[in-house]
Design a protein around this ligand. Structure first.
Ligand code: IDC
Length: 489
């Protein structure tokens, strides 16, 4: 992977959205291609603190398809203001607010939903708006056709006049007993370590999914049972590509899939690492709006859990550390507003190599860390490609920065080739010694050397034992299933 000079990738969209947020500016764009909406339902939820709040607004089109939309509502209190929004272009005049669709969420098929959000401030109270319009049509939650009325009785569901509860949906009870989550509980960063509920350093060892858009068939009850009980893994990394037919093609479906896998990990007492798998383009700012939308949702949804870790950008490349830091300092507040105690992991320059793959090193991070607490930094390696100089840099950095190997392979950086056992041993022995947590690429049956299962395994029903494993899978299962010895006091 070479360092390819890149043009500035910051999309025009983000700049336009930022400019429009200069409240009072009279630059409302006409929703030219918007058609009348014939029915809509809006769910508005907030998390607030003294003087500030985050709002998450889900718009469901229950009428005909629309191409371009403007949501309208009024704040009940004169002191409420939108300060920073995402996934829409916001305007506020007095108490009236409009949110206009952006390029990737303007088309809403009949029955489709999209979620937008914003941070706001208030001076008095912070009541939720109770009435919304979509392209001028009042959202009653029911179809409101312009064509002949239905002959059946109108739906009896009342319009959403009261704000929905601000607490996330009920979650599975925390596991008791001997699972990694039962023993360690809510984790937090202490010094350069990952510490458990007793404030003691621990190491988590686990596996990463492959791209959910390609290998959904590999993540089912049987395979996840095998990961938890046969592999005795502590951690499932949920790798959600953003491009390459991933999240950007259907944000709602991918968000739901991630949340479902978080639940599956939780039921089995494993930690869930939510990976916003940016890769190409390498500039995380390209996906800033998507990241805010996605993390507002998953953080609110999973706030009550004690086993969720957020990885906000997989492998930044071709961008400066300052850009990655700027991105992190915009996404982390969205997560914190919704889930204050979840650990956040920030990718590093040069495909999360601490800059080494682009000729740099960790000094740029040590001298200019992300301005947030309870965060860690990602380091990735592929054992057949990355050897002593990468190991030395990680060890040097780990004395100063909390590091987490959120992805690594036993093979080359292509994801293919033979297992490099000597280098893999050197790496994992070092990670064990430094108590650096890791997730291996991949818990899948992809036809490539890094995959743990033989091709075709995910179309059978068996995931336990060694008969279904590749050389890499067998190696990792042996490393991961040894006893953890987590401190309990
Ligand atoms: C690779 C997959 C491969 C897929 C490709 C698509 O193994 O099947 O076709 O992505 O982009 C990374 C990335 C990870 C890569 C992996 C191996 O985080 O997405 O997966 N790798 O190339 N960084 C270094 C290596």
């Amino acid at each position: 992977m070479n360092d390819i000079p890149r043009p500035a990738r910051r999309p025009v969209l983000a700049a336009a959205a930022a400019a429009a947020l200069t409240l009072g500016a009279s630059m409302l764009l006409p929703p030219t291609s918007a058609m009348a909406a014939s029915g809509c339902a809006v769910t508005y939820t907030t998390n607030s603190w003294t003087g500030g709040f985050t709002a998450s607004v889900t718009i469901k089109n229950v009428g005909d398809a629309v191409n371009g939309w403007t949501l309208g509502f009024a704040f009940p209190d004169a002191g409420q203001r939108v300060s920073q929004g995402w996934s829409a272009t916001y305007q506020q005049s007095g108490q009236a607010v409009t949110a206009q669709s952006v390029s990737y969420n303007g088309s809403l098929a009949s029955g489709a939903s999209t979620t937008i959000g914003f941070n706001g401030t208030f001076t008095g109270s912070n009541p939720s708006p109770t009435s919304f319009t979509l392209n001028g049509t009042t959202c009653t939650g029911a179809t409101n056709p312009t064509t002949p009325p239905p002959t059946t009785a109108p739906p009896t569901t009342p319009p959403p006049t009261t704000p929905p509860p601000t607490t996330p949906p009920p979650t599975t009870p925390p596991p008791t007993g001997t699972t990694p989550v039962a023993i360690n509980g809510q984790l937090r960063v202490c010094g350069v370590n990952l510490c458990n509920q007793y404030g003691r350093p621990i190491q988590l060892r686990g596996m990463s999914t492959h791209g959910l858009q390609w290998f959904a068939q590999c993540y089912n009850d049987a395979s996840l049972d095998a990961l938890a009980t046969d592999w005795r893994a502590d951690l499932l990394r949920i790798s959600m590509y953003v491009q390459e037919d991933g999240y950007e093609t259907n944000p709602t479906a991918f968000t739901n899939r991630v949340n479902t896998l978080v639940d599956e990990a939780s039921e089995r007492g494993m930690y869930a690492l939510i990976d916003f798998h940016t890769l190409t383009p390498g500039d995380p700012m390209f996906n800033l709006d998507r990241a805010k939308t996605f993390f507002a949702n998953v953080a609110a949804r999973n706030a009550n859990k004690n086993n969720v870790i957020y990885e906000i950008t997989n492998e930044p490349n071709g961008v400066s550390w300052q850009t990655i830091k700027n991105y992190a300092e915009q996404v982390i507040p969205v997560i914190r507003a919704n889930d204050p105690d979840g650990i956040v992991i920030v990718g590093t320059r040069g495909w999360s190599s601490l800059g080494v793959s682009e000729g740099g090193n960790s000094t740029e991070v040590i001298n200019n860390p992300v301005n947030a607490s309870n965060i860690m930094y990602a380091f990735h390696f592929y054992a057949a490609s990355h050897k002593d100089n990468y190991r030395a840099e990680l060890e040097r950095a780990a004395a100063r920065l909390p590091m987490f190997v959120t992805e690594f392979g036993t093979v080359t950086y292509t994801g293919g080739g033979a297992v490099d056992t000597a280098s893999s041993n050197a790496w994992l022995d070092m990670l064990d010694r430094l108590k650096i947590s890791y997730a291996n690429w991949t818990y899948s049956d992809a036809d490539e050397g890094s995959a743990a299962f033989r091709p075709g395994t995910c179309y059978g029903g068996t995931y336990t034992g060694t008969g279904v494993l590749t050389e890499s899978g067998n190696y990792l299962r042996n490393r991961i299933r040894t006893a953890d010895n987590f401190p309990t006091s």
